[in-house]
Ligand binder design. Structure first.
Ligand code: GLA
Length: 374
């Protein structure tokens, strides 16, 4: 009896240690996948601190850049596979779900795509043929190994109009249907997504819902819409953001949070959303936390993350993946966007690859919820 009592005591004393080695992915099991993007630098190294954090906390990865058109298909007759192949292998070796990003996007697309040998804009038929060949080749290469693809990225403006990308201008709005159709032909089992930023804006939300409905009416496969979620401490409001999750789910697709980060720095006045085309010159006053993040600002960051993960937990029936845009603050694109050379703190791990206190709080949130629903 005494021995049993002692064993129980020992087990109880081990519990906190156990909960600390549990990662985000263990806590979120049964709710949704949790992922991050990885860069070339990450995938060519392994066995380091970054790798062990990835293994502990994440069960999903997406390449930040190496599958984008200009990287993977830099010239008309040349593909560059090395980094994309390694990314897929990297995920597989760690039993992670690999997401493909992205097939059709107005940015980071190789210039040859839209012009002929004389430098003239290509015809509609030529662009359709090139888009088809690109999608078939890239999706086909990883058939059965990539769980889902961001087929179209950022095709809607914040005011709800369609972005005047070369795809829209040359092919017309039919390019949506064609892109989804080509991706489905190349890998019928892969999930297919539309992905965009500032999705909490009512006009944008409305247009994306219309697009989803139309694609479905046209018989296309579309499994989810990605809400990139490049957020700041205050914008958007959690209510508008939640409205988008509900509206998308009502269109019959799942929701994915695909590029989550929370900018803590002041925004230049004319800056909106996450349009990669926006750039501003460096200003010292826009870089207030060069040495460290004041605790008062950290508290706001923590509150924002807890509010967001609470929301995701609440909507776990609708959300299938939450993906951060980077592992740690040092690797975040927000140190250089929309202004180069700033020190930002938007992620869950700090520059020394230490988890911020909010990580354990998020884990506890999911554990508490699991206990409450036992
Ligand atoms: C957009 C793209 C991402 C990435 C970020 C900036 O959100 O979808 O691939 O380029 O911009 O890093």
């Amino acid at each position: 009896m005494k021995r049993l009592y002692l064993s129980i005591l020992l087990l109880l004393s081990l519990l906190p240690t156990w909960s600390q080695t549990q990662g985000l992915k263990d806590a979120m099991k049964g709710s949704f996948m949790i992922g991050t993007c990885v860069s070339g630098r990450d995938i060519w190294q392994s066995g380091n601190r970054m790798d062990s954090l990835l293994r502990q906390h994440f069960n999903c990865i997406v390449a930040d850049n190496c599958m984008k058109h200009q990287r993977i298909h830099p010239q008309r007759d040349r593909y560059y596979w090395r980094d994309a192949d390694q990314t897929v292998r990297f995920g597989e070796e760690r039993h992670m779900t690999v997401i493909g990003h992205c097939l059709v996007w107005h940015s980071q697309v190789a210039p040859w795509m839209f012009t002929d040998d004389d430098g003239q804009e290509v015809s509609r038929d030529t662009l359709i043929a090139r888009m088809r060949s690109h999608i078939h080749t890239v999706v086909g290469r990883y058939k059965g190994r990539i769980h889902g693809w961001d087929v179209i990225n950022e095709a809607v403006n914040d005011d709800g109009t369609l972005r005047q990308s070369p795809y829209l201008r040359i092919i017309g709005p039919d390019y949506f249907r064609l892109a989804f159709q080509f991706a489905h032909e190349a890998d019928p089992d892969a999930e297919l997504y539309y992905n965009d930023y500032s999705m909490a804006l009512p006009a944008k939300r409305h247009t994306v819902c219309q697009l989803v409905r139309r694609l479905k009416q046209e018989g296309c496969r579309i499994d989810a819409v990605g809400m990139q979620s490049h957020l700041s401490l205050r914008h958007p409001s959690i209510e508008e953001y939640e409205r988008t999750i509900d509206s998308l789910a009502a269109c019959g697709v799942k929701v994915m949070i695909t590029e989550l980060d929370v900018n803590v720095l002041p925004d230049p006045r004319r800056f909106r959303g996450a349009d990669v085309g926006q750039r501003f010159g460096y200003e010292e006053r826009m870089n207030p936390y060069k040495d460290h993040l004041p605790d008062s600002v950290y508290q706001q960051l923590e509150k924002r993350y807890l509010q967001l993960f609470n929301l995701y937990l609440h909507h776990r029936e609708q959300i299938t993946r939450v993906n951060l845009w980077g592992l740690d603050d040092g690797r975040s694109w927000l140190n250089n966007f929309p202004m180069r050379g700033r020190t930002n703190y938007p992620l869950l791990f700090d520059r020394r690859l230490q988890p911020k206190p909010v990580v354990q709080k998020i884990i506890d949130l999911f554990h508490q919820h699991a206990r409450a629903t036992l």
